[in-house]
Design a protein around this ligand. Structure first.
Ligand code: ATP
Ligand code: MG
Length: 430
């Protein structure tokens, strides 16, 4: 149960300096008292959270750091997502051009780049360095997984005189940012740690849509279109597509809904039964009997309870559980089922995996990454720390990182999104 306290933003101290943005015309300065309601709907079923609100993001008229003597740094961690370079570029341009901060640094290869043992050097960002990066996929700074000691990172912030660290990444990165902010606070240092949420899976709480998500949907749709054509053009054709979504099925659900061609969508949030009269395989058989082709979309984290759990789950460098390949598992199960029934099928399995996340951002993700980056800079300059830029009801807000990472966002099976997926596919509730 969330309370007002969960949305209190920590600030480093007084904001005694006039923002240099005052020289620009048409700047809509935001007061700290401006808030966005968490629950915008009214009605008996919406009583929860009625009173709660979140601080609005945006430029403050008076700021904490003296821009002329400040230094900001940006770090990108975790997996790739379209829009990372746009964030780097916009953090740089807001700091350098608008606040006139003289020194903006890029950290190489994630938090690792702040550990001297890595041997990596910080990059001095310049107009030339960021000039064309927004048209490229990936992150020019590089990224990494794997644990880093917050004390070592804070030592680096002190050594390099970094006042503001902008941490662009997913849940793991934000957990890391919260620990860095806590270490800064423990030492009584004047440094702002600001999170910019990056999650192609769209699974960070208090971020309605994350940058990269819609680009991923567009790429995923191309794959679905191809799989659909393959399925339609062969007798008993089955297109099986595995999409990203380790713990949340937003990409699978969104791409299926956008394409309108999917007949089955399997996501981590909805347990699936394969066998039996009302299971997935019987439904697939019925679909082939009536329509002669089928398109199945599966998120990588779906059906994990059905996979062979004999071996202990492997994890990546950051401790994330590596899921067994549900696509290959389903492919084999479908083949086994129809072979046993003596029904010939034509199954094409497509796994676009990294293809959908390594591309440049589309227009909406470019806009979102630019806005989130600039809001992060405003928050940092105002001395807000341990804070992440969130988005609720189309407004960018300040969310304490610890509150944001307390829960992961999941597809709500009672939501309009999942209801629409069920309607557009016609798939049964298992
Ligand atoms: P993705 O969406 O790709 O999973 P992520 O930010 O969650 O992005 P991770 O590899 O989990 O990616 O984490 C990125 C960085 O954050 C790693 O370098 C790791 O050091 C740090 N990190 C992850 N989890 C924690 C944690 N619990 N505490 C401190 N730091 C963490
Ligand atoms: Mg993660």
């Amino acid at each position: 149960m969330l309370t007002e306290k969960d949305f209190e933003i920590t600030t480093l101290g007084p904001c005694a300096i006039d923002s240099p943005l005052r020289r620009l015309r048409d700047v809509g300065f935001i007061e700290d008292s401006s808030r966005v309601r968490l629950q915008p709907k009214i009605g008996p079923q919406y009583a929860d959270g009625m009173e709660l609100s979140v601080e609005e993001a945006g430029p403050r008229e008076r700021i904490h750091f003296e821009p002329r003597w400040s230094c900001g740094a940006v770090v990108t961690c975790g997996g790739l997502s379209p829009g990372l370079n746009n964030v780097i570029r916009s953090v740089y341009s807001e700091l350098a051009y608008n606040y006139e901060v003289p020194r903006v640094l890029g950290v190489r290869n994630g938090y690792m780049g702040l550990n001297p043992e890595s041997g990596l050097k910080l990059v001095e960002l310049t107009p030339a360095y960021v000039d064309h990066i927004h048209d490229m996929g990936g992150t020019v700074l590089g990224s990494s997984r794997g644990p880093q000691d917050p004390a070592v990172i804070v030592d680096a912030l002190v050594r390099e005189s970094i006042d503001m660290l902008f941490c662009v990444g997913g849940d793991g990165t934000q957990r890391g940012a919260a620990k860095i902010a806590a270490e800064v606070q423990r030492r009584g240092l004047d440094k702002a740690i600001v999170g910019i949420p990056k999650t192609i899976d769209n699974d960070i709480e208090f971020v309605y849509t994350s940058f990269g998500y819609y680009t991923a949907l567009e790429k995923a749709q191309e794959v679905l279109r191809g799989a659909h054509v393959e399925a339609r053009c062969a007798p008993n054709g089955i297109g099986l597509v595995k999409l990203m979504g380790r713990d949340a099925g937003f990409i699978a659900a969104g791409a299926a809904l956008a394409s309108q061609d999917a007949n089955f969508v399997l996501i981590p949030e909805v347990p699936v039964r394969l066998d039996g009269e009302h299971g997935f395989l019987a439904a697939l058989e019925h679909r082939l009997a009536t329509r002669e082709h089928a398109l199945v979309v599966v998120a990588e984290g779906a059906c994990q309870d059905l996979l062979n759990r004999a071996r202990a789950a492997e994890t990546d460098a950051s401790g994330n559980i590596l899921h067994e390949d549900v696509g290959l598992f389903l492919r084999d199960e479908i083949k086994r089922y129809f072979k046993a029934k003596g029904i010939a099928i034509n199954l094409k399995y497509l796994d676009p995996s990294y293809f959908i996340r390594s591309v440049p951002a589309n227009s909406s993700d470019r806009i979102l990454s630019d806005q989130m980056a600039r809001m992060a800079v405003h928050a940092g300059m105002a001395g807000k720390t341990g804070v992440m830029i969130g988005s609720i009801h189309n407004e960018l807000v300040h969310v304490p990182i610890t509150t944001s990472i307390a829960h992961r966002k999941r597809v709500d099976t009672a939501s309009d999104l999942w209801t629409a997926v069920m309607r557009s596919t016609g798939q049964p509730a298992w």
